[in-house]
Design a protein around this ligand. Sequence first.
Ligand code: AMP
Ligand code: ZN
Length: 474
Amino acid sequence: MSNSFRFYNSLTRKVDEFVPNEEGKVAMYTCGPTVYHYAHIGNIRTYIMQDVLIKALEYAGYDVKRVMNITDVGHLSSDADTGEDKMLAGAKREHKSVMEIARFYTDAFFKDFDAVGNKKPDVIEPATNCIPEFIHMVEVLLEKGYAYQAGGNIYFDTSKLDDYYVFSSAIEKEALQIGVRDDVEEDSNKRNKTDFVLWFTKSKFEDQALKWDSPWGVGYPGWHIECSCISMKHLGERLDIHCGGVDNMFPHHTNEIAQSESYLGHKWCNYWFHSNHLNDRAGKMSKSKGAVLTVSVLKEKGYDPLVYRFFCLQSHYRKPLEFSFDVLDSNVATFNKLVKRVAELKADGAVDEAVKKEFEDKFREAISDDLNTSMAITVLYDALKADTNDATKLSLVESFDKVLSLDLVGHAKALSEETEVDPELLEYINEQIQKRAEAKKAKDFATADAIREELLSRGVEIKDTREGVKWQLV
Ligand code: AMP
Ligand code: ZN
């Protein structure tokens, strides 16, 4: 591991050199989705940036094990442990059971997660799989005097810690304390305003769907306990990197650290990676706001999900990013031009290893410098312009795509096929596409579908996109 890998660590509030607990290995935990609704494109931005972090670490030579939870119980509508369980609210909204809702939105999440080129986590664990582990951690926290029982619930006692607000500067701490004070009457069982629920047995929502036996009565876990337990279950007592969106820093990650380190009796996680939000013109995108713009919706509108990834990669993960369809459209044009340039490369001749190494080093340096994705893309353009042969350029595109995951070679191949097929077949395809367009215009969808099927049976798949109908050989 000769190269240095650096990124911003929310714990130290600076860009830190990354040094894992075990040489060459990375134990990484990422907070997964709360599966009561579709994940919007903002949530997916967070997962794209985490995917880039993993692949950048791999590019730098690390072996990464990544664990992700699925929140299917205990996340209430207010982060201050009040309101309704989000899963229950989702079930009521759709007249389904909580588990049906969880299954449906977990599948929908991974469909979009995969479509933007993300690698699946090595372990995916729903919170409801780990209730015995949660109960055990709560028992230990009670034994050690970090937790107390009040009004039927078990709370974590934040006054037992010297430094509870680990991510905040002195000024921010004061602001947080004022914010917390405003909440004071919300849960009179809490000894301190910042205390949080580890286990509920009594609450104002008696119709909570999922409940389990515990030493303190039938109940269900608080939200934060799942991430500490699931992480320790699969990654042990020392975590290298914990990831999430900036909104997770307080109270979620702050509480995770409080309970984990009190339970373990030593430091838990060395690096905290937080990515900033995607906003639209109306402000922060939020699942609870109702209509959600998802990657699947973008796809239905004819956008390639990888163009959304391309859009995300061009801005830094620590800056807020504003989404608009105008900006996405200009990304479609830039992406198509990039694909065209890759499609023009002819893989003849030998790869010039010296040139390849020079550009790979530049790329690695950009990506290892607090994940400078826009600089990494600039290195890609520089490589395409370089004074070297096409075989070297193509090999560099493949190499960089291990991190960028834009499937540039696949897109280029599809574009070449469109222009290089047998002229007779090309004429036939164009004729059929024209007939299909006419059928669709006349609302004769049966004929339109039959044409699509017939083309497919001849190995030609067609897609409706923003730039018109596209096809590829399958
Ligand atoms: P949730 O399903 O609400 O728990 O959120 C899943 C992930 O998306 C969390 O890591 C959040 O921090 C993150 N997130 C929530 N809203 C946004 C947003 N507007 N932009 C980017 N990430 C977000
Ligand atoms: Zn979490």
